[in-house]
Design a protein around this ligand. Sequence first.
Ligand SMILES: [Zn+2]
Length: 160
Amino acid sequence: MTTVRLGSPDLAISTKEVFLMTRNLGRTSCDRCGHPVVKLDSEPRLITRKEAGIDFDMFEGLMVAEAHCPICKAKYLAWVDETQTSYYGHPMGSITHPNRVPEGYFDLSYESTFNNRPSEHDIIYNVLVDEVPNIITTFSSGVVVIQTVKVVRLTIGAAV
Ligand SMILES: [Zn+2]
C-alpha cells in the first residue's frame, strides 16, 4: 500500500527548545491551539505602565486591546497601532510582525505578561494538538490518499 499525504493547514505548535523572550508573539493566530484569529474584548486603548513594565518608555503610545481565543480561551493583548511608540520607524527598534488581520490587530502578546510566555492567568485549558490521519480516497491500485486533520484537545487545569 502506498500512502500519499496532502498538505494541511499550519496549526501545529512548535516545540521551543531554546526560549527567547520577546514582547510580541509575532503571530496573529492563537499561540496555544493555532486558531487563525482571536476575538477582541475591548476597544483599542493605550498600553499602561503596569502592563509594559520596565519597557514602558519603549512601548508608551502602543494601542492594544484585550483579546481571547474563541477555542481555547487563552488571553492576549492584541497590538492594534504602534505608530506613536518611540521605536516606530527606527531601524534598530523595528519589530517583525505578521500582516494585519481584518479583526484590526497585527500581533499578539500574552495579556498578563506582555510577552511571549503566558502566566497561569492567561491559560484556561491545557491544549494538545493532535494530527489525525483521515483517508480521503482509496484507489483500486492500492494507493490511499490521506489528509492529516488537526484536532485540538482541551483539558482543564493550566500547565504553563
Ligand atoms: Zn486558542
